[in-house]
Ligand binder design. Sequence first.
Ligand SMILES: O=C(CNCCc1c[nH]c2ccccc12)Nc1scc(-c2ccccc2)c1C(=O)NCc1ccccc1
Length: 328
Amino acid sequence: AQEGSVAANPQAEDEAYVCPVTAGSSQLNLDFDTGSADLWVFATDTPSSESQGHNLYDTSSGQQIDGATWDITYQDQSGSKGVVFSDTVVVGGVTATSQAVEAATSVSTQFVQNTGSDGLLGLAFSSINTVQPQQQTTFFDTVADSLAAKLFTADLKKGEAGSYDFGYIDDSKHTGDITYVDVDNSQGFWGFTAGGYSVGDDTSAGGDSIGSAIADTGTTLLYVPSSVASAYYQNVDGAENDSSQGGYVFPCSNTLPDFHVAIGSGVFTVPGSYINYAPTDSSGSTCFGGLQGGDGQSLSIFGDIFLKAHFVVFDQTQDSPRLGFAPQ
Ligand SMILES: O=C(CNCCc1c[nH]c2ccccc12)Nc1scc(-c2ccccc2)c1C(=O)NCc1ccccc1
């Protein structure tokens, strides 16, 4: 049975976390993304005008899947599309022998400019993989039956390297018990129900329930219902929701309060310092919030701001999938 561990390296401002992956004969740094289900890469097929500064997947090592194409767009209107190869993919010593590697023939500027990432490795459910006419499986689904245990864990950290482990739980990476909650994967995501929340010294997490949420390593920030974000920033002097800046900003001189949320039988805390995400400009006087209101969509996105404060288990060892959360 296979098991393995790979480093998760933070990009600037922890915007994303990239991991070393071997695809065929190529070494790539990929953004592991539990919010999508395509393994797509910059490749020798990618126009050179779009691939400068990226490591490229050499398609000559793979077998092209005849007629297969893919096309993905994310909420921030970034995206990519292309053709598909079958090749061997190795992550932390775990080998997927016939993995669909989606080679980009077109990539949006956001990804072109982010030269620290050579593509994404989707870890959501394969039901939302975009390959047509025959949908393909994620790396995890491809290797799942060969793993010692059908699970992977995410141990992301603020400003330093964390790890993704496949096939086992390393109990040295978390303190206290793991709290498990049922997963609703009907939308293809690692969906769960978040309970009440509280702010600052009140650690009761008793307030209104946040509701449907997903665990999403591919999204940088923590998006909650606008009422929750508003209640949080009532506690921050000079905070305002500035649409021209894209959300809540505040004077960087603030000490931000912690954010507590009930999940299953546990209460999980995001330190206020994690919610002081980054200065909005070089003067460093105004800072952008790591906790933001969703723009009206009903789904809360527990992105890296939340996940990097915890040890998270993405578990398919039971009849139905579940998520585990533990303090690091
Ligand atoms: O797509 C992903 C994860 N891959 C991101 C890859 C990526 C896209 N730009 C990137 C830039 C850098 C690195 C990775 C990525 N997660 C999900 S599930 C549901 C939504 C969603 C649906 C409706 C409304 C809102 C969100 C999103 C979403 O759009 N998140 C990105 C985001 C969320 C909010 C704001 C901006 C982006």
